[in-house]
Design a protein around this ligand. Structure first.
Ligand SMILES: Nc1ncnc2c1ncn2[C@@H]1O[C@H](COP(=O)(O)OP(=O)(O)OP(=O)(O)O)[C@@H](O)[C@H]1O
Length: 602
């Protein structure tokens, strides 16, 4: 993804577009807010009226009572409207933030694996948490306050001009000056906010990485290294934040000088006007209150503007991701193949026999575009055929599995499943027919039931089905030995289980998936020999009539498959049955086998 390509033309409108679904609530909030503004604007006028009435007429108790009565009613309306306004804007703020978080999470989870190779987990969780939070205050309360302040400002300006056009002239200098200052600070804050979020995300990702490798940290006594690294990244974030605070503090100082200068000039001018009889004391009192309200509103607007610019900077990455995802989804919709790709299982409506064909496939990882991981790969696997991929470490075995799962796009060539060319728009449907058992099985922190039932995405899985799969994978015995059985929580990434137990759960998951294509990455290596035999039997049963790709090192596995592909530096150097390959004593296969046999003997 190139962020520059997806950069919005108008960032302001893009941010505001998230308000759209909430427009009814927001319009209601604005209506209520207008009531409070009208009342606020009426206060000083009423005060001037009150003061000048006291000065000019005899004190009439019924007039005062009426005045107090009306004031009390207005106050109650004001209180109710303020409560409602606060509730509407605050709650809408949280709704918006939650919606954006959900949308961002779906956009992130849909990203290509290459994206996750590039971005660290801590950084991404930071985007979800603090970057999105930045929108909360500015988008609702901030926007509402600034809208209210703008209306109050306009109302006050009208009032000020109507009271004394001469005094109001000062505004002509004050307003443009403060607007210019606001714009200047806003742009600086936007840039620094972007840097702050980047630094915070980097710091979070360091913490996350060390927490997730906590056993390693303790085992190698590396607490100090972890502390130093985290302290360093947190310090870097602090430095950027401090620079930002210094900028903001200078701005506040400068704008208060400008404001007080304007006030002093106003007082001198007003004294002159009152002495000439062109202004009453009541009018001057209300003028000062309106001027105070106008300056309060203008600083609220400028505060909002600086917050808004900061939010634009802080959420730049979030909206880049959302923009790129929208573009990708739109492109997918446009190019959609015969097979739908909406993330919903299509297993029942789309059938595969299980034939696989690699047609001159070249592949380099996006993070290392200049180093080929696979070159000119050509092979065909017939439905139900079992093949083994063997080769030295780094030869490209796992890369082939990744390409089968469509985790990365190929640089050149094609991969076909039956007669379907694997591509972005049909890969979800194809994946529905593939199951993988990894060397280090990935488990979630939920229960054993949830981890096995994870195999099926489109429906609720009955406990009996899970038990059946676990029984075939020789896992039922140990699972039922736990006090909570299938409800046993396995801990973060399955930390509360042994390696062999984790692997059997992963096998049960694959059995439950009932796929046409199986990818096994040395699936039985962590089992003891007794359970290995049982699981191997279950796997043999499972492999029947299914295309199976085994990333294998072990002699016993290799002997059983129909074809062995021997890989060296990303391409196939030998291919055939074990008994034929072994005859070529100069071949890589023979070398790998003899290395393994001598390894087993030592
Ligand atoms: N995510 C990645 N980003 C960049 N390069 C990668 C990535 N994963 C693997 N590689 C590189 O691609 C090449 C092939 O790796 P691959 O994992 O396919 O080898 P392998 O045969 O499965 O090795 P092993 O038996 O050790 O698992 C290696 O040079 C490896 O360093």
């Amino acid at each position: 993804m190139n962020p520059k390509q997806t950069k919005p033309i108008n960032q302001h409108l893009q941010r505001l577009s998230v308000l759209k679904p909430f427009r009814t609530r927001l319009l209601l909030g604005i209506a209520v807010m207008c009531i409070t503004i009208v009342i606020e604007l009426a206060y000083p006028k009423a005060l001037a009226y009150f003061i000048d009435h006291l000065n000019s007429a005899k004190i009439d108790s019924s007039w005062i009572k009426n005045f107090a009565g009306i004031a009390a009613i207005v106050l109650v309306i004001q209180a109710l409207a303020t409560t409602l306004r606060y509730y509407i804007f605050e709650s809408t703020g949280d709704m918006i933030v939650t919606t954006i978080r959900q949308t961002l999470f779906s956009a992130l989870i849909r990203q290509d694996i290459a994206f996750f190779d590039k971005h660290r987990v801590g950084e991404l969780t930071n985007r979800l948490a603090s970057d999105v939070e930045a929108l909360h205050d500015t988008l609702t309360m901030g926007l509402a306050i600034s809208l209210r302040s703008s209306l109050v400002f306009i109302g006050c300006t009208v009032m000020l001009i109507s009271i004394s056009p001469t005094l109001s002239l000062i505004l002509l200098i004050y307003i443009p000056l403060s607007l210019w200052m606001t714009d200047w600070i806003g742009n600086s804050l936007k840039t620094s906010a972007h840097h702050i979020q980047e630094k915070k995300a980097a710091s979070n990702s360091v913490a996350q990485e060390y927490f997730s490798n906590i056993r390693l940290i303790h085992a190698f006594n590396q607490n100090k290294l972890a502390n130093d690294k985290y302290a360093d990244t947190a310090d870097q974030a602090l430095q950027v934040i401090l620079r930002n605070i210094r900028l903001l503090a200078s701005y506040r100082g400068l704008s208060s000088i400008v404001l007080y200068l304007a006030l002093i000039i106003t007082f001198f001018l007003a004294a002159d006007l009152i002495s000439q009889g062109k202004l009453t004391v009541g009018e001057f009192t209300s003028f000062i209150i309106y001027a105070g309200m106008a300056s309060g509103s203008s600083s609220a607007i400028s505060d909002f503007w600086s917050d808004w610019m900061r939010t634009l900077g802080a959420t730049e990455r979030v909206f880049e991701i959302l923009g790129a995802d929208d573009a990708k989804q739109a492109a997918l919709k446009k190019n959609s193949d015969a097979i739908p790709n909406d993330g919903v299982s299509t297993k029942n409506s789309f059938h595969l026999q299980g034939k696989i064909q690699f047609n001159n496939v070249h592949f380099a990882y996006p993070e290392r575009p200049d180093t080929a991981a696979l070159t000119a790969l050509n092979f065909e696997i017939q439905p139900g055929e079992k093949i083994a991929l063997i080769g030295a470490s780094g030869a490209g075995k796992s890369s082939i599995a990744s390409l089968l799962l469509g985790l990365y796009p190929v640089n050149q060539g094609q991969i076909y499943f039956d007669n379907f060319l694997s591509n972005d728009s049909n890969i979800n449907a194809i994946r529905d027919h593939i199951a993988i058992v990894e060397q280090e099985p990935a488990l979630f922190s939920g229960s054993i039931y949830e981890n096995i039932a994870f195999a099926i995405a489109d429906r609720e899985v009955a406990l009996e089905e899970v038990i059946q799969a676990a029984t075939k994978a020789n896992a039922h015995h140990f699972i039922s030995g736990f006090p909570n059985g299938y409800d046993t929580v396995v801990g973060d990434r399955g930390v509360q289980l042994s390696g062999g137990q984790k692997q059997r759960i992963a096998i049960a998951r694959a059995i439950l998936r009932n796929p046409k294509i199986l990818i096994l990455d040395e699936a039985t290596s962590a089992l003891d020999s007794a359970s290995e035999a049982l699981v191997q039997a279950a796997l043999d049963e499972l492999m029947k009539e299914r295309t199976t790709i085994i990333i294998a090192h072990r002699y016993s596995t290799i002997k059983k498959v129909d074809t062995v592909f021997v890989l060296e530096q990303g391409h196939i150097v030998q291919q055939g049955q074990h008994q034929d390959l072994i005859k070529d004593s100069n071949g890589l296969y023979c070398q790998l086998m003899s290395a393994q046999i001598s390894g087993n003997h030592t």
